[in-house]
Design a binder for this molecule. Structure first.
Ligand code: SF4
Length: 408
């Protein structure tokens, strides 16, 4: 279940039922303020709620002073091994400090950081990594890595509570997707604090995105997790943010920007839909509203599954059609489908988000649809609809019900 406690990182609430916050980490040398700020602005534009910067040296903590002041989103200082850097990061105004109590120099050093954080009202992120568990848990790690991770996290939580510090979130990172899922499920039952989710060193954009979607998506669908970071091997941190948003959008936990629906295509396809979908996706990136836009490879299903989409296109060899909310708008030559789709979307905006329908064009499109539709064809969409009806899925009873947020 979602965490009971809530903390504030800058102005961003984490936990306690708040929308799942998207975070990423800059890939630049933090001391290079210009490069770091450029990346922070890019990730903020892509939708990051929070950004984390590595602070391994004195010159990084110096730079952090300017970065915290200029950043459009809250900044977390990522500290390992050196508690004095953690103290300095707190003093220069970091909105949160991430540290691993196991590698910061012992409980007395953790106590100093917690005391300073308490005085400033700054939260901490307490992190545990599968690669750096305390020595006394190494044997358990060998026998039961999940229990070892959870034990380490609970021990750190108990240490913070003994220090009278409860303004923190917890992360437990593993490179293993099954261990990430199992350990976070266990930890969510044992502690009330917000959880930061991530699959550590997930890999390249392709494999890392999939691992993260499976690991984090499974937990989020269970209602576990309050902030997420996708770790990808790329210098473009905004790519991590885009993947995080796709996971949250897929689970309908948050909405941001348009949602593109596209059929998988099959032997009925008669136009170059790959190119069309890529172009629609590229142009949609310029829009902010969570409108649904659908691309169907043929009209044999009618408008079918795309009935709820604000706008959609369906193509055939020479002609295609543009529709809105299940109603045909106009018939257009296939090569003009994308341009006309965006002309309709822009017309909709210009009319105050209202569909402007020309009845003569709509009638022509309806005739075209009737000619091309085949209500008897067993298409992938119709088979899926039949399977869904047979499974009788109750949308309201789904694990994400009640956790649907829409942060405008
Ligand atoms: S039948 Fe379905 S999957 Fe095949 S091209 Fe038409 S819309 Fe796409």
């Amino acid at each position: 279940m979602a965490s009971q406690r809530q903390i504030q990182v800058g102005g961003v609430p984490i936990g306690g039922g708040a929308p799942v916050a998207v975070q990423t980490m800059t890939k630049t040398e933090t001391a290079d303020v210009r490069a770091t700020m450029e990346q922070i602005r890019r990730v903020a534009d892509a939708g990051a709620d929070i950004v984390r910067c590595a602070v391994p040296r004195e010159k990084d903590v110096e730079a952090l002073k300017t970065i915290v002041r200029e950043s459009p989103i809250p900044v977390i200082a990522d500290i390992h091994f050196n508690y004095t850097l953690a103290l300095k990061a707190l003093d220069v105004g970091a909105h949160c400090v991430r540290l691993n109590p196991g590698n910061i120099g012992g409980p007395d050093k953790v106590a100093l950081v917690a005391k300073r954080a308490n005085e400033l009202g700054t939260p901490l992120r307490i992190g545990v990594n599968s690669g750096s568990l305390p020595a006394h848990l190494r044997e358990l790690e060998f026998e039961n890595p999940v229990e070892a991770l959870v034990t380490a996290a609970v021990e750190f939580v108990e240490l913070m509570e003994r220090l009278d510090f409860t303004n923190f979130k917890v992360s437990m990172k593993s490179t293993s997707v099954p261990n990430t899922i199992a350990s976070n499920r266990l930890l969510a039952e044992r502690i009330p604090y917000p959880l930061h989710l991530g699959v550590t060193e997930a890999g390249t954009k392709w494999s890392g995105s999939l691992k993260s979607a499976v690991g984090l998506g499974t937990l989020l669908a269970d209602g576990i997790g309050d902030t997420i970071r996708i770790s990808l091997s790329t210098f473009h941190a905004e790519e991590e943010v885009k993947v995080a948003w796709e996971i949250l959008k897929a689970l309908k936990l948050r909405a941001r920007g348009p949602v593109l629906i596209a059929c998988p295509t099959c032997g009925r396809l008669q136009f170059d839909m790959d190119m069309v979908v890529a172009e629609v996706e590229r142009r949609l990136a310029a829009y902010e509203d969570p409108i649904e836009v659908s691309v169907l490879g043929c009209a044999v299903n009618g408008i079918g599954e795309a009935r709820h989409a604000e706008f959609g296109i369906t193509g055939a060899k020479d002609m295609g059609m543009i529709y809105s909310r299940g109603e045909p708008l106009k018939k257009v030559p296939t090569e003009r489908l994308v341009d006309e789709l965006f002309a309709e979307i822009d017309r909709w905006y210009a009319a105050g988000k209202r569909v402007v329908r020309d009845e003569a064009s709509a009638a022509e499109a309806r005739d075209w649809l009737a000619e091309n539709e085949d209500a008897t064809a067993m298409t992938p969409e119709r088979l899926a609809a039949m399977e869904a009806a047979a499974a009788a899925i109750d949308e309201e009873a789904s694990p994400v019900a009640g956790r649907r947020f829409n942060r405008a």
